[in-house]
Design a protein around this ligand. Structure first.
Ligand SMILES: Nc1ncnc2c1ncn2[C@@H]1O[C@H](COP(=O)(O)OP(=O)(O)O)[C@@H](O)[C@H]1O
Ligand SMILES: [Mg+2]
Length: 519
């Protein structure tokens, strides 16, 4: 089958013989003939496979053409095909950047030259694409670290603010004005917490509560909610088409991702339109697509969210996932929606991609690795009603002083005996001296010198009946995180409210499994 070849022909003679030669070589040449600088500049707006140029045509020629192509940064190989010209002229054309020189009399080498140049251009494009992908990944990584670091410190501060606000609010002798001022402080801290949590999600420093999720079900479940969200001018269509739809994910967060995509779709259709949410299966065995998306080859369940809205220009598309990138007014957009989605999906071993055309609409597609269907359900962790007090002994290990004090205050106020330690070594010493039993250790995951899990490993032989509750604003190393997750140990995410802490502590103390979870 003939291969279409888009040829920009800068010459006023010889088109027939060049074309015939290319056809002999198995090409189907599509010629556009031009003969001036102005025409060339116009033509460079379209894309071409190769330029074939004469040495000189009435004040214009190969050397001038090469200069214009290079000035515009267009990647277009130029082969000079000329009448008989002097050796010096051949050299000057090659020196200007021509890929090759042939004479019209002897076109034998033409097809070989074209083939070579096409191959080289393909390689250049591929390399550029990889470089661009790498730069993009590096940028996201750097922004992620920055955002994650800031968010982590903020979360500690917000934990203290919400925590002490709650302690004060629980007091009886508050004036009404004091109470409402405190509530305002608490509400603001909560909003701050929601914001930092989005940043943590983007930087993938937020532990996911994963389980087996069926995406068809998930989509149908949130359909009602979506309908309310998008308003009446937009038609919502859900197509649960995937015949296998199980993935391992955090359903709450996944829902958040789909909502973010749907809200974006809604915002892109101010005059109404159609929003389609569809699930499917995509086989990515070929390395290329998987590599482009940055995932391991395999089977993927997809959810695509398509709109018939404004679409995006390439510039917007290149910044989509950056935190705080938004084209909306401050009242409407935070620029965190897609950053959050990106972090959550990447952390789940998946990918998210966009295709969009200005004026036509946008499709966002989420890819999540297909989980082989194990009938695995997670018991609902419902706290033992509201009995949130106790008399047990709790070892509290937390390096952040204010957070430690807050937790100690909350637990003591509820009747527990609290032994405080700022770090691992101190906690170990406490455990060796104290002969009485310790019922529960509340331990920060990430601490200097010794991580929470390491510490627990050393304490458990001393206090075999102790239960463990990990707390953290984020989990630094994936290893630590996985270790904890696999052990099934209890976990509480900062910032938390005193009630959440008390409930979780009670829940862990009351849990049936008698042995402490292996860290
Ligand atoms: N479906 C879409 N159609 C058109 N533009 C979109 C769409 N989704 C995202 N965008 C663009 O990407 C930007 C970033 O999206 P996002 O991270 O969700 O932040 P926000 O919605 O707060 O602006 C949007 O401001 C918009 O310009
Ligand atoms: Mg958004």
């Amino acid at each position: 089958m003939a291969v279409p070849l888009r040829v920009l022909f800068i010459s006023d003679s010889g088109a027939e013989s060049v074309s015939a030669e290319l056809e002999r070589g198995g090409y189907e040449p599509l010629f556009e003939a031009i003969s001036s600088a102005g025409e060339l500049i116009d033509a460079l707006a379209s894309s071409w496979d190769v330029a074939i140029s004469d040495f000189s045509i009435s004040g214009f020629g190969a050397i001038e053409a090469l200069r214009l192509i290079q000035e515009r940064g267009v990647d277009l190989p130029l082969i000079a095909v000329t009448g008989p010209i002097k050796d010096g002229e051949v050299l000057s054309v090659l020196a200007a950047g021509a890929a090759d020189h042939l004479t019209r009399r002897n076109l034998m080498r033409l097809n070989a030259a074209v083939e070579r140049e096409l191959r080289a251009a393909r390689l250049r494009r591929e390399r550029n694409r990889l470089e661009e992908q790498f730069r993009q990944a590096q940028k996201m990584e750097a922004v992620g670290r920055l955002a994650g670091g800031v968010a982590h410190d903020f979360n500690n501060l917000l934990t203290v603010i919400t925590g002490y606000s709650d302690l004060l609010l629980a007091g009886r002798d508050l004036k009404e004005s004091q109470r409402s001022a405190l509530q305002e402080i608490r509400r603001s801290a909560e909003r701050g917490g929601a914001l930092t949590n989005q940043l943590l999600a983007f930087s993938r420093r937020q532990p996911l509560q994963t389980r087996l999720v069926h995406l068809n079900e998930l989509v149908l479940q949130i359909e009602k909610l979506l309908r309310r969200l998008i308003g009446e001018d937009i038609e919502l269509i859900t197509v649960p088409a995937a015949d296998r739809d199980a993935v391992v994910a955090d359903p709450g967060r996944l829902e958040q991702v789909i909502m973010n995509l749907a809200v974006n779709a809604r915002d892109a259709m101010p005059d109404g339109g159609k929003l389609t949410i569809e699930t499917g299966i995509e086989q990515m065995d070929g390395a290329l697509q998987a590599q482009q998306l940055g995932v391991k080859p395999g089977s993927f369940v997809t959810i695509s969210v398509s709109d018939t809205g404004t679409g995006m220009d390439p510039e917007t598309q290149s910044h989509l996932f950056e935190p705080f990138f938004t084209t909306k007014t401050a009242a409407r957009g935070t620029g965190l929606g897609l950053a959050t989605a990106y972090g959550i999906i990447r952390q789940s071993g998946g990918a998210i991609g966009f295709s969009s055309r200005l004026g036509r609409g946008t499709t966002a597609c989420i890819y999540l690795p297909l989980a082989e269907d194990r009938a695995e359900t997670v018991p609902a962790a419902i706290a033992s009603e509201e009995r949130l007090t106790g008399a047990e002994t709790i070892l509290l290990v937390e390096d952040e002083t204010r957070v430690r004090k807050l937790i100690a205050d909350v637990l003591s106020a509820r009747g527990y005996r609290v032994l405080e330690a700022t770090r691992g070594a101190e906690a170990l010493r406490l455990c060796r001296i104290r002969k009485e039993s310790i019922d529960l250790a509340v331990v920060d995951v990430v601490m200097p010198e010794m991580s929470g899990p390491d510490l627990i490993r050393q304490i458990l032989p001393l206090k075999p009946n102790m239960r463990v509750l990990y707390i953290s604003g984020y989990t630094e190393e994936a290893m630590v995180y996985h270790g904890i997750e696999q052990s099934g140990a209890a976990f509480l995410q900062k910032p938390f409210l005193p009630d959440m802490l008390a409930r979780k502590v009670r829940e862990v103390l009351d849990s049936r499994s008698n042995a402490a979870p292996k860290p």
